[in-house]
Design a protein around this ligand. Structure first.
Ligand code: NAP
Length: 354
């Protein structure tokens, strides 16, 4: 396939995830940023004024003077839209765009568990994209979602284990970065030198999303995986990178060596090497005794690889490990861009004029 060039709109372009979209799309070989949209607070302003730029890398030149528009379909000209919208408004706005005929590639939680909406990770469940055919928006639009930023690291580490063995249950303690709360997020006086053992709604998402992602596609529906996940989520004073400390119970005793072998040898069900955002490896095993660490490993695979370490026998379950993922890249914008690339590759997204 020759490289397509598709015009993209970013909904919620001013937020933490929206800015990650901007950074990763600025020099993308297939997609070019055509429209930046946000709330009425930002609409009408140049992007450099509307966005409180969070990255240590400069704002891409191409967007600094771009005028931010409101999140309404008639204000957006694009072949597809990415959504980094606040979930309080994402439900209605994403539906408006799907009804208007746009492919909507969303990070928000609103449609993740809808039975007709794929909760997609191309290296894990590419066949779930067929759920798009079950959607019935007017004008041929559709919605595809990616998992919650805390689910994604865990589920990428679980997938090779689920494929090789029978996983019955997982206990996981999450240590989640501040950027996961968006901007301005957690007040500095609450965050610094502290751990907050509560992130609203997060534990429920970790309980339900893995069953859908690891489920099987059959006749237009997902048959959920039989797997119990018990999660405890903590906000920690780390900038980027969610750490999952997990302990897994299998149907029979599995050694840490066998689990590590499954993690090291996992290959995606489809070849994703043609997709520009796909890393060489979904999961990388690091056997250093103190790995993985957010500061050292969060940018593995350009932020798209999940690093797994500390694979050990567990005296309560069978095997325990630690998995690290970048929450605004693999857990948000990078994951969504990879989903869009897979859908383009499959011919499900095409230039509107084609
Ligand atoms: P954020 O920094 O608070 O950004 C929210 C965005 O939504 C801003 O662009 C904001 O525009 C826009 N917005 C708010 N109200 C709006 C309205 N009424 N109409 C149109 N736009 C509106 O949040 P975030 O952390 O980027 O998260 C964005 C979404 O991604 C959320 O659904 C979140 O749950 C999800 N997510 C976040 C992460 C993460 O690690 N941060 C990971 C995975 C998924 P203004 O600037 O104009 O207000």
């Amino acid at each position: 396939m020759s490289d397509p060039t598709l015009r993209v709109g970013i909904l919620g372009a001013t937020g933490a995830v929206g800015q990650t979209f901007v950074r990763r799309l600025a020099d993308h070989p297939w997609f070019s940023i055509h429209t930046l949209a946000a709330s009425e607070r930002s609409a009408g302003k140049p992007y450099r004024e509307a966005a409180n730029w969070l990255s240590s890398r400069p704002m891409p030149d191409a967007v600094t003077d771009m005028e931010v528009v409101p999140c309404t379909p008639n204000a957006v000209e694009a072949d597809l839209v990415f959504s980094g919208l606040d979930s309080a408004v994402a439900g209605e706005i994403e539906a408006d765009f799907a009804h208007a005929g746009f492919p909507v590639i969303s990070n928000a939680k609103n449609y993740r568990m809808d039975p007709t909406v794929p909760l997609l990770i191309p290296e894990i469940n590419p066949e779930h994209a067929a759920l798009i055919d079950e959607q019935s928006w007017e004008n041929g639009g559709f919605i595809v979602t990616n998992p919650n930023c805390s689910t994604v690291g865990l589920v990428c580490a679980l997938r090779p284990l689920v494929e090789a063995f029978t996983v019955e249950a997982v206990q996981v303690t999450m240590l989640q970065a501040l950027s996961g709360a968006g901007y301005p997020g957690v007040a500095s006086l609450d965050a610094l030198g502290n751990v907050i053992p509560y992130i609203g709604g997060e534990e429920d998402k970790l309980d339900e999303e893995p069953r859908k992602i690891l489920g099987t596609y059959e006749n237009g529906a997902i048959k959920e995986a039989k797997l119990a996940v018990s999660a405890q989520c903590n906000r920690v004073p780390v900038r980027n990178g969610h750490l999952a400390c997990a302990s897994v119970r299998f149907s029979e005793k599995i050694s840490p060596e066998a689990a590590e072998e499954a993690l090291r040898t996992y290959t995606s069900p489809v070849d994703v090497s043609a997709l520009p955002s796909a890393p060489d490896r979904l999961v990388s095993v690091d056997s250093a005794p103190d790995a993985p660490q957010p500061r050292k490993h969060v940018y593995a695979g350009n932020g798209m690889t999940v690093t797994v370490g500390r694979i050990q026998a567990c005296t309560v379950n069978h095997v325990k490990f630690v998995a690290l993922s970048h929450n605004t890249i693999r857990g948000a914008a990078g994951g969504a861009i990879l989903n869009a690339e897979q859908l383009v590759h499959e011919g499900r997204i095409q230039p509107v004029a084609a």
